[in-house]
Design a protein around this ligand. Sequence first.
Ligand SMILES: [Zn+2]
Length: 107
Amino acid sequence: MKLPEKVKIGYRNYKIADLPQHEADARGLRGTHYAHAGIIRIERNMDTEQQANTFIHEILHACWLQCDINEELEEHAVTVLANQLTQVFQDNPEVTKYLRSALAKQR
Ligand SMILES: [Zn+2]
């Protein structure tokens, strides 16, 4: 499944862009988050589980920054929460279905 083109996190609209594999490999990461530019870059040559986990991970970085939480624990906390949320969403499709329905905006 294709990643969305944008995501709204807090008050910001982030554009989703490609992170080229050679850059990802060189930097030892699979995604990046540029708060100032409003861009989340995701490496696309991963399986869908890894890509979803990376997307959640970068969303949590954006949340963390907007909440102005101490940076010392950021990487560890974001990784733990992203991994746990990925598992919860993966193993409980009825939960994501419920959340999507309960949180749908009236259009
Ligand atoms: Zn990270």
